[in-house]
Ligand binder design. Structure first.
Ligand SMILES: [Zn+2]
Length: 286
């Protein structure tokens, strides 16, 4: 073999291992396959292994923040339960200025309505306790928006359920009616006897650890880039604001504090302040 051929082989190998951004090879894929209002979306930029190669990433008018997980570039988006159904475009601009797009379709969620009972400890089913519930919920919800979030994702492994034997007792998305008011159940309830261990669903930083009138003893863990998990109606809180918690760490015990008739764990998962279906969120990691 002459020297010239050797050089071709050598430089051929070098250039192939560095020519990463070939627009024809790059594509966007999404999970889940069928998206309905209230779903989380996991967006994958295939064949890109470095977030510095993504100049911008958008879904409709929303700017998304890419992160690296298992050596692949991903981003997450939460579809609001009231987002207008229809077609939306995901667009990413790469560092070599090529633009990749993917069209997605968001379908409407079936509305399931159920009556809502107010526990005796919060005044029972009277007009005044209904109004008090709605008014105090509005204040609590406001205080749980715009929480501080990390500028990087804090997690490196797949999310896990917050209880060891997750049995859903109340799904995400039910519309509950109390008097003339309606409240959407923007989380999932899991069966949990009083005192069941509650695990952090992933690594993160505690942003809230306090007691609310309606949500009871509540912990919020920030997993970075706007992804947060909320654990409510606890009987015990084991962590404090600012604590770094690990995947699977026991952060508290389940209970029925606040607006809860019987012990259970209420879990909310938010992506940039949009509450998504926690069970669908877990399916992203299968
Ligand atoms: Zn609930």
């Amino acid at each position: 073999m002459n020297k010239c051929l050797l050089n071709i082989i050598f430089f051929g190998i070098i250039s192939s291992s560095f020519s990463v951004l070939n627009a024809e090879d790059i594509s966007i894929s999404i999970k889940p396959d069928q998206i309905i209002q209230g779903d989380p979306i996991m967006i994958t930029i295939n064949e890109v292994d470095d977030i510095s190669k993504i100049k911008s990433l958008r879904l409709g008018n929303s700017e998304l923040k890419p992160f690296l997980y298992n050596g692949i570039v991903y981003a997450m988006y939460g579809v609001d339960i009231n987002k207008k159904p229809g077609s939306y475009i995901i667009t990413t601009k790469l560092s070599n200025n090529s633009v990749i797009t993917k069209e997605i379709n968001i379908e409407s969620r079936k509305r399931i309505e159920a009556p809502l009972d107010i526990p005796k400890k919060l005044g029972g089913n009277t007009a005044s306790s209904q109004k008090k519930l709605i008014d105090t919920l509005a204040i609590e919800n406001l205080s749980l928006l715009n929480l501080r979030t990390g500028t990087k994702s804090f997690w490196r492994e797949a999310f896990r359920y917050p209880v060891s034997n997750p049995v859903v007792t109340d799904d995400y998305g039910y519309i509950r009616q109390t008097g003339s008011y309606t409240i959407a159940h923007k989380g999932t309830d899991f069966r949990a006897e009083e005192g069941t261990k509650v695990y952090s669903m992933n690594q993160g930083v505690v942003r809230v650890a306090k007691t609310y009138r309606n949500y009871g003893k509540t912990i919020v863990v920030d997993h970075g880039l706007g992804v947060m998990t909320f654990y409510m109606h606890l009987s015990k809180i084991n962590v404090a604001v600012g604590n770094l918690v690990k995947l699977g760490q026991v952060i508290g015990l389940s209970g029925k504090t606040g607006y809860a008739e019987s012990p259970h764990l209420h879990l909310t998962v938010r992506i940039n302040d949009v509450s998504v279906d926690p069970v669908k969120f877990m399916e992203l990691f299968k």
